[in-house]
Design a protein around this ligand. Structure first.
Ligand code: ZN
Ligand code: ZN
Ligand code: ZN
Length: 332
């Protein structure tokens, strides 16, 4: 549902973040530039306008990524595609850290819009607007793009930035699982509004965007239901996560990356009971960090030394710390 670096061209690496461009971007860029053809006397300016749009999107995604890094999260990849940009960020599972990682994206547009607006005013006042009318038009459009992206991204429709900001604010009051349920339900209502708008405007583009948001919002809701289920499980009182100090849930909530068998990591000492794959680290369902079995402060000494047959094996894909929570792509 979101672009990955498969089928993408690696453009460059900046501040530890790899930038990729999905192949489909070129296809849509061709139409995007043609659509703008009437606005300028030369196609070069139309192309510049289209590139400016993605330049702004890129800065927005860098805002998410750098803020995520700042709060101790992982952010190493941005993929640009026709629907915009996706920053692969994995902030620590705390409402404040998530709030800052999300808010930093729109804040980039909050800074860019008045900056370019001042430039437009200055060109107008100095008479440059008439001498360089194409540049003037481009800069005016850049202001409009920033305002448009800001308004759209701040719609409270999960997983748009506005929906995720709403979710992290609700987290302070409702907790992790119920804040996500509330935000995704509000998001599903909002997405109906987007579909109606797409029909009203007869916009295929908005329809595609709404479908993409709907799929991600639905996945968010499914993940939230899973979180509620996990929060109701009894806990392995003999263990605690070295980071968040929470005792892990007792239940088959981790899924083996090899055989897809759900099992309880702590009951089986990080070894899948079905296929025998041993896992070098167990992801914490509460904070998302992963730690070797022995690091989960065992209270009973007999648990302290798990068999070490794990180093070259793949890591698990536990449902509780998977896409919807941690490595969620942000932004459009
Ligand atoms: Zn297995
Ligand atoms: Zn934890
Ligand atoms: Zn964003």
């Amino acid at each position: 549902m979101t672009p990955t670096n498969q089928g993408s061209i690696r453009l460059f690496r900046l501040a530890g973040i790899e930038l990729y461009l999905h192949w489909s971007w070129f296809l849509v860029a061709y139409y995007g530039i043609q659509m703008r053809a009437g606005r300028y006397p030369s196609i070069m300016w139309s192309a510049l306008e289209y590139l400016a749009l993605f330049g702004i999107v890129l800065l927005h995604e860098f805002g998410h990524s750098l803020a995520c890094r700042q709060v101790g999260g992982r952010a190493d990849r941005i993929v640009l595609w026709p629907l915009g940009g996706v920053a692969y960020v994995d902030p620590p599972q705390r409402p404040g850290a998530i709030l800052w990682s999300i808010a930093a994206g729109p804040l980039v547009n909050v800074v860019l819009a008045p900056t370019f607006f001042l430039l437009v005013l200055w060109m107008d006042a100095s008479g440059l607007a008439e001498q360089a009318s194409n540049l003037f038009r481009l800069l005016r459009t850049i202001v409009a793009i920033n305002v448009g992206l800001l308004v759209f991204n701040l719609l409270p429709i999960y997983p748009l930035d506005g929906g995720q900001i709403l979710r992290s604010l609700l987290w302070f009051v409702l907790g992790r699982a119920w804040s996500l349920i509330s935000a995704t339900v509000i998001g599903l209502i909002g997405v109906v509004g987007l579909f109606v708008l797409a029909l009203w405007e007869r916009s295929v583009w908005l329809g595609i965007l709404a479908a993409f948001i709907l799929l991600n919002c639905w996945n968010g809701l499914r993940h939230a239901v899973h979180l509620v289920r996990v929060s109701r499980l009894p806990r392995h009182a003999a263990f605690a996560c070295p980071v968040c100090r929470t005792a892990p849930p007792a239940g088959a909530i981790w899924t083996c990356g090899h055989c897809r068998n759900p099992f309880d990591m702590f009951e089986h000492r990080a070894v899948c009971p079905q296929c025998g794959v041993a896992y070098p680290a167990i992801p914490c369902p509460d904070c998302g960090t992963a730690h070797p079995f022995a690091a989960w402060t065992p209270l009973s000494p007999s648990w302290a030394n798990p068999p070490d047959r794990s180093s070259s094996l793949p890591s698990p894909h536990p449902p509780s710390s998977s896409a919807a929570a941690g490595n969620r792509p942000y932004g459009l």
